[in-house]
Design a binder for this molecule. Structure first.
Ligand SMILES: NC(=O)c1ccc[n+]([C@@H]2O[C@H](COP(=O)([O-])OP(=O)(O)OC[C@H]3O[C@@H](n4cnc5c(N)ncnc54)[C@H](O)[C@@H]3O)[C@@H](O)[C@H]2O)c1
Length: 313
């Protein structure tokens, strides 16, 4: 199997490395921090074991100490470094120089438009977004983002590679911030934070309202399927009342900024929108893994396809 390279051996880098290694690829991970680099293979092994997969896949993961040897023979490179535009731009400038000319260069950015990362770089036809979700081994979707200069061949090869490693790639034809799924997710979070700030309910109640209602339907009923199901006439009537009421902050809500200023970062500090004991945090993580493992075997939604009806490339 061909060699793939991952740039950044943090949470996502290790998860993505694990997926490629499990599918039989030789994987090289570049992680600049020595103390983190030392843990890459063990974290992949632990994760493989936790999901009941063959931990020997970790034998296919190497962790070179420099970027050049990590990418020298790669056919596909995934950048999973921190979400900072200038850092990603400097990494891609190096990748263009150091990876083989035929290699595809993908960014796992959460929300940054790929064109901003590729701006000014040669061979941008081979630069693409591949937005994986955490935990990468258990979430099927990878959004494949076509930037203005990304070639159709790059998209086709990337989609096929991801299918071959067991993912459900979705072709996003417009390079918009947040792509599709994060745009939707953060539209929901924006409203949730505004409601808490407004005292409409507490955080636990808000989460319960989601989990006990439309959250239950989401795995089999997307929002637009749901609108079709109830009728667009009803949807229009509902929107006439609700849309003017929704939060309109043009930036992050001041309530969120105040929480961060007060050191309330969530699990990292034991308090965010709610307080968390160690036992509660561990239990929530375990519930999530158990749920995703079960969902993997009973998935009923149709395969992801093209997400925007644009003219064929
Ligand atoms: N965490 C998530 O749920 C999630 C989901 C999807 C996408 N992403 C995106 O994936 C990317 C990585 O996120 P993460 O959660 O794995 O972060 P992370 O902090 O766990 O890992 C990033 C790693 O990159 C390393 N790094 C720093 N500078 C580097 C450089 N110059 N070259 C190579 N590596 C470098 C860091 O040492 C760190 O180990 C970000 O763009 C993030 O937005 C994250």
């Amino acid at each position: 199997m061909s060699q793939v390279a991952i740039v950044g051996g943090g949470l996502m880098g290790v998860g993505i490395a694990q997926v490629f290694a499990s599918a039989g690829h030789a994987v090289r991970v570049f992680e600049p921090l020595e103390q983190v680099r030392r843990t890459v293979r063990q974290r992949a092994a632990d994760s493989l074991q936790a999901i009941g997969a063959d931990a020997s896949a970790v034998d296919r993961i190497e962790t070179p100490v420099d970027l050049a040897s990590t990418v020298a023979a790669a056919v596909f490179v995934t950048e999973a470094a921190p979400e900072k535009l200038e850092l990603k731009r400097s990494i891609f400038a190096q990748l263009v120089e150091r990876a083989p000319r035929s290699a595809i260069l993908a960014s796992n950015t959460s929300v940054i438009p790929i064109s901003r990362i590729a701006a000014g770089l040669d061979t941008a036809d081979r630069i693409v977004g591949t937005h994986w979700w955490n935990p990468a081994p258990l979430i099927p979707l990878v959004e494949v983002i076509q930037a203005a200069r990304t070639s159709p061949a790059t998209i086709a090869t990337t989609m096929q590679l991801l299918r071959n490693v067991g993912k459900r790639p979705a072709h996003v034809k417009k390079d918009t911030a947040g792509f599709v799924a994060n745009r939707l997710q953060h539209a929901l979070w924006r409203e949730a934070i505004a409601m808490i700030a407004d005292g409409i309910c507490d955080a636990a109640t808000l989460d319960e309202c989601v989990k006990s209602s439309f959250g239950l339907r989401l795995p089999v009923l997307g929002p637009l399927e749901n609108a079709d199901l109830v009728g667009l006439d009803l949807t229009l009537d509902i929107h006439r009342t609700i849309i003017p009421e929704l939060d309109r902050h043009a930036g992050p809500h001041e309530f969120l900024a105040a929480q961060v200023d007060a050191g309330k970062l969530g699990f990292k500090t034991g308090e965010g929108f709610r307080s968390w004991t160690d036992t509660e945090m561990k239990a929530l993580r375990e519930r999530l893994t158990k749920h995703l493992l079960a969902a993997r075997t009973i998935s009923t939604s149709s395969p992801a396809t093209s997400l925007r009806s644009a003219p064929p490339a």
